[in-house]
Design a binder for this molecule. Structure first.
Ligand SMILES: NC(=O)c1ccc[n+]([C@@H]2O[C@H](COP(=O)([O-])OP(=O)(O)OC[C@H]3O[C@@H](n4cnc5c(N)ncnc54)[C@H](O)[C@@H]3O)[C@@H](O)[C@H]2O)c1
Length: 276
């Protein structure tokens, strides 16, 4: 049930590709909670056209921007302030893509040009967004910026290949910019480390179904769904979390602090019995 948590606030939401996208759910909830938003995605993704449906539902303008292009981001941030009639209160970075994952390269045979693309799209784009926002003085005081991350930044998940490094960089950028923008303008910058989620980016990873099930069995609360991730982002955009900054916040049903679960023990015991 909406609580008007974002009444009077305005922001930018990136990365809504289709109804499965985490950003799609964040956009709907931000709208429900009283915010006015600008939607953005890469021009290529925009051609698929689905974002228009979301824009209609949220009554939101769309400004295309390739998040690796500073020029596009400058137009995005200035255009958004123009459309929304003032400085921004929140930004969601929900952008990730690895050409190495797309082409099925395993960790030992990564293509380094693609590795750099992965880093540029999935991590440096966050730095570029914040640098542009700072230069344009685009944030209101107490604004909140959230980027979506994954636990492969801290733990080895080999099938996540170069995205693991991208997420580690992303989380580090959140800390550095959190310090800088916090001091300058009381702006919060955090990353939310989300459970495996069945989206276009998620299911593109080899072995996704297995690690989705594994995480689900390991987490006492089960995997966090995309809707719940959206709720968490809304709470971080709201005034209820004003002193939370420079954090990587686990939104994973308890996965990251579980050693082993009964379900995993039972599954392994069943397999061992079968092979006896
Ligand atoms: N799905 C998961 O299991 C999972 C888990 C943890 C974190 N995340 C993160 O959540 C975020 C959103 O992913 P999602 O799962 O909703 O999948 P998604 O595929 O719906 O979203 C990824 C978005 O990135 C956009 N994008 C790619 N290249 C871009 C570029 N150059 N410029 C601008 N946008 C670009 C795509 O168009 C797409 O909208 C990503 O950062 C992802 O790594 C996902």
């Amino acid at each position: 049930m909406p609580n008007n948590l974002l009444a009077g606030k305005v922001g930018i939401i990136s990365g809504a590709l289709n109804e499965e996208s985490i950003a799609w759910k964040v956009a709907l909830k931000a709208h429900e909670e009283g915010a006015r938003i600008v939607l953005t995605n890469a021009p290529l993704a925009m051609r698929m056209g689905e974002i228009n449906k979301l824009a209609e539902q949220c009554n939101a303008p769309i400004i295309p921007a390739d998040a690796t292009s500073v020029e596009d981001l400058e137009k995005l941030f200035s255009g958004a302030q123009e459309q929304l009639g003032g400085k921004l209160d929140f930004v969601l970075h929900s952008i990730g893509m690895s050409p190495n994952i797309r082409k099925g390269k395993h960790y030992g045979e990564l293509n380094y040009d693609w590795f750099q693309k992965t880093l540029d799209i999935s991590a440096l784009s966050f730095h570029k967004m914040l640098a542009v926002a700072e230069k344009q003085d685009a944030f209101n005081e107490w604004a909140s910026v959230v980027a979506l991350s994954y636990i492969a930044a801290q733990r080895a998940f080999l099938d996540y290949t170069d995205m693991s490094q991208a997420k580690a960089v992303l989380e580090s950028i959140a800390r550095s910019y959190g310090q800088r923008l916090g001091k300058q303008k009381k702006v919060r910058v955090n990353t939310v480390s989300q459970s495996p989620t069945k989206t276009t980016a998620g299911t593109g990873i080899s072995g996704f179904d297995a690690f989705f099930e594994y995480a689900n069995k390991m987490s006492p609360l089960g995997n966090a769904p995309a809707e719940a991730c959206a709720d968490y982002c809304i709470s971080l955009f709201s005034d209820l979390t004003r002193y939370v900054t420079m954090q990587n916040l686990m939104h994973d049903g308890g996965f990251s602090t579980t050693g082993i679960s009964e379900e995993i023990v039972e599954a392994i015991t069943a397999v061992t019995k079968q092979s006896e």
